[in-house]
Design a protein around this ligand. Structure first.
Ligand code: FES
Length: 154
């Protein structure tokens, strides 16, 4: 069940939409910010609030990379695996994260600090390879820079 605070936040955010359903992504992000990820129960709560089916909301959540349908760590590192980044060293950056933090794509460090996920083009192709941690985008990432970047996120 949505909390009063969540319900209030959703009503406030969705009042600008002519139809509540158009704000499904916003609704998912709001609830995810409070709960860390979108469980099946959360998804149904949101669907009910929006007057949509669970399947409809699930297809939006699945399509949108920034909605987590499984628990994630305190921080999420998104590695761009689209063409420019792939050519410019995505594999080496991924390998460095694997080596240093012992996680590959889709995995979370044992201390729950960091989850690593793939993402399509971040729009920073001229600075490939790019990665995003939480909301911060980094370009020209090299294996040598990985630790310095990730260590900002405890
Ligand atoms: S291909 Fe990676 S940012 Fe565009």
């Amino acid at each position: 069940m949505l909390t009063d605070i969540e319900r209030h936040e959703l009503e406030d955010a969705l009042k600008h939409y002519p139809d509540k359903r158009a704000g499904a992504i916003d609704a998912l992000l709001i609830v995810q910010r409070r709960r860390g990820w979108i469980s099946d129960d959360s998804l149904l709560d949101i669907a009910q609030f929006l007057g949509m089916t669970g399947d409809d909301v699930d297809s939006i959540a699945t399509f949108y990379n920034l909605i987590f349908r499984k628990p994630v760590g305190r921080h999420v590192a998104f590695l761009c695996d689209s063409i420019s980044c792939w050519i410019m060293g995505y594999e080496q950056v991924r390998a460095q994260i694997k080596k240093h933090y012992d996680i590959d794509l889709g995995q979370t460090t044992r201390d729950g600090r960091l989850t690593c996920l793939p993402i399509a083009c971040l729009g920073h192709c001229e600075r490939a390879p790019a990665m995003m941690i939480d909301q911060d985008v980094y370009g020209n990432v090299t294996p040598e820079k990985v630790e310095t970047i990730v260590e900002k996120y405890k």
